[in-house]
Design a protein around this ligand. Structure first.
Ligand SMILES: Nc1ncnc2c1ncn2[C@@H]1O[C@H](COP(=O)(O)OP(=O)(O)OP(=O)(O)O)[C@@H](O)[C@H]1O
Ligand SMILES: [Mg+2]
Length: 355
């Protein structure tokens, strides 16, 4: 380690409703990780709307406040993009060498990406193992992110005084955090669902390999909107009621059917996405388990509603299952509070410089 600088990156998840930070210590020699810094700050609703930074000053100030409060000294961060500005696909190509692939990937990618190729940053990786489309082919993981979105996020990070070392894709960060905390069985098919305020990242993994990813516009805002409309309340009141807090003597029984209806809407969208995956994939193993994370995963009875609809086991993803706290800063109360919302930040903190 030169000049005491660590190669670790701090995970910075800039979500629609809040900013989360996680810093990990690598114990080395495959002994796993400990969490050294953890925290979050809410963002005003107008700061980021559906993944687009609308008020960069608000975002910059929120990031600065969080880093100061937590006394984070490592200023190299990994952040993630969500949603429609990102496309991740597994494509099949005739087997070819690295050099040949590097030459042809741009041309190949054009068919799969709904944006002009010059407007995106492209990344790809040859997936090990047999191709889903059989002998003579290979599968390539293709990721494309819009340059203007990457620049927007990198720019607020720089203006907050930090170095944006990596801009990842939220769904990959989720897979990282899952791998660090859970074991895979060879033929197990699992789904990871991060239900945030505005966006849900859904992915399917087969025996530890990702086979499908999709970000869709559903999330916790839907519950708040529904309560607000049906009971003519303010956003803040609706938000309180949603979490089971008392507002102006409104009985919780009036809120429950509204929440249940949104659970069904969200369940239907997740089901549609998973059904679509089943149609396009050759694999016909049923889903073994769905791991749920994100703030909106805490919505009342959502877990049960999903289990019933999808006829599968649904479990909350615990990003701290094998990542215990180090030092006094990360209290058991904080871990508990942030277990549903910290997955992406912890997944990002698992990134190394130069990854
Ligand atoms: N206890 C709770 N019950 C129900 N909903 C909750 C609870 N706690 C948080 N939420 C909801 O979770 C959402 C925030 O979750 P999260 O922090 O994962 O989203 P985000 O990362 O800011 O947004 P996105 O990922 O969509 O950009 C909000 O809609 C919030 O109302
Ligand atoms: Mg999020």
């Amino acid at each position: 380690m030169l000049f005491g600088r660590s190669r670790n990156l701090v995970g910075l998840d800039i979500g629609d409703s809040s900013v989360k930070v996680a810093e990990l210590k690598d114990l080395g020699r495959g002994r796993g990780y400990q969490i050294t810094k953890l925290g979050w700050e809410p963002l005003p609703a107008e700061a980021i709307v559906d993944g687009a930074i609308m008020d960069s000053q608000l975002v910059i100030e929120t990031i600065q406040r969080l880093f100061q409060r937590l006394r984070v000294r490592n200023l190299s961060v990994a952040t993630a993009l969500y949603g429609h500005s990102v496309i991740v696909k597994r494509i099949s190509l005739p087997t070819m060498g690295e050099a040949e692939l590097a030459e042809s990937i741009h041309w190949e990618a054009e068919q799969y990406i709904p944006f002009a190729i010059e407007d995106v940053n492209l990344d790809y990786q040859i997936l090990e193992g047999s191709s889903l489309s059989g002998e003579g082919n290979m599968d390539v993981l293709l990721a494309a992110a819009k340059k203007d979105k990457i620049n927007d996020y990198a720019s607020v990070i720089s203006q907050a005084g930090l170095t944006p070392a990596t801009v990842d894709i939220a769904t990959f960060a989720l897979q990282n955090v899952f791998e660090a905390n859970y074991e895979f069985e060879p033929h197990q098919v699992i789904s990871l669902v991060d239900l945030g305020a505005a966006v849900a990242s859904i992915s399917v993994l087969h025996g530890g390999t990702s086979v499908y990813w999709r970000d869709i516009n559903i999330g916790g805002n839907q519950y708040t909107d529904a309560i607000q409309k049906e009971l003519t309340l303010s956003v803040d009141q609706a938000e309180q009621l949603k979490r089971g807090e008392e507002v102006d003597g409104i009985p919780y029984e009036r809120v429950l059917p509204i929440l249940a209806a949104v659970n069904e809407d969200i369940g239907a969208e997740i089901q549609k996405t998973l059904d679509f995956f089943k149609q396009i994939s050759a694999a016909d193993e049923p889903l073994d388990r769905l791991y749920l994370t994100g703030g909106a995963s805490q919505s009342v009875h959502l877990k049960e509603a999903l289990a019933e609809r999808l006829r599968t086991k649904v479990e909350f993803l615990n990003p701290f299952r094998k990542v215990p706290p180090a030092g006094r800063d990360v209290t058991p109360e904080l871990l508990n509070e942030m277990a549903p919302t910290a997955s992406v930040a912890v997944g990002l903190a698992l990134r190394r410089m130069g990854d």
